[in-house]
Design a protein. Structure first.
Length: 154
């Protein structure tokens, strides 16, 4: 804990340790979609929201659910700005290799989050292009949520 001036007054663990939110930020990144009524408008099921808020293994079920999210918003895999990578589920990755297939953007463990961001853009009438850019209106909304939930003002 620090004073508004930045003077450390209490800590737990190493206060100099740098940490990065990465995937733990996904629920906060989903907030603009949820707050705008996207769950109702797009008929999202709990499993859809779970996929938007978490990393996935790239299983057939995961790929089908991400594809379904994209379809609900009128998007295709090409709209996802996450790159392809080997599925986190090792068995799925091995099966792809055995068949000589390359992973797609759907296999990216973050594709559910990206699909959710695209749905948020559609819901909020925001541009889809460059939805990951820090200056994009969606990312500014996400930053507002991070600030709100972390108690940071400004």
């Amino acid at each position: 804990m620090a004073t508004p001036e930045g003077r450390l007054v209490a800590s737990l663990g190493d206060p100099e340790l740098e940490v990065f939110l990465r995937s733990s930020a996904k629920p906060l990144q989903a907030m603009p979609l949820v707050a705008a009524g996207g769950c109702e408008s797009f008929g999202l099921e709990p499993a859809d929201l779970a996929l938007i808020c978490a990393s996935h293994g790239g299983t057939v079920e995961h790929l089908e659910r991400v594809s379904g999210l994209l379809e609900r918003g009128g998007f295709t895999v090409e709209h996802l700005l996450c790159g392809p990578h080997t599925p986190l589920d090792k068995a799925v990755g091995e099966r792809l290799r055995e068949r000589g297939e390359a992973p797609t953007r759907l296999h990216n463990n973050c594709s559910g989050k990206h699909a959710g961001m695209l749905l948020a853009c559609r819901m909020l009438n925001l541009p889809v292009a460059a939805y990951l850019a820090p200056e994009h209106p969606l990312q500014q909304l996400v930053l507002t949520e991070v600030r709100r939930f972390s108690g940071i003002v400004g």
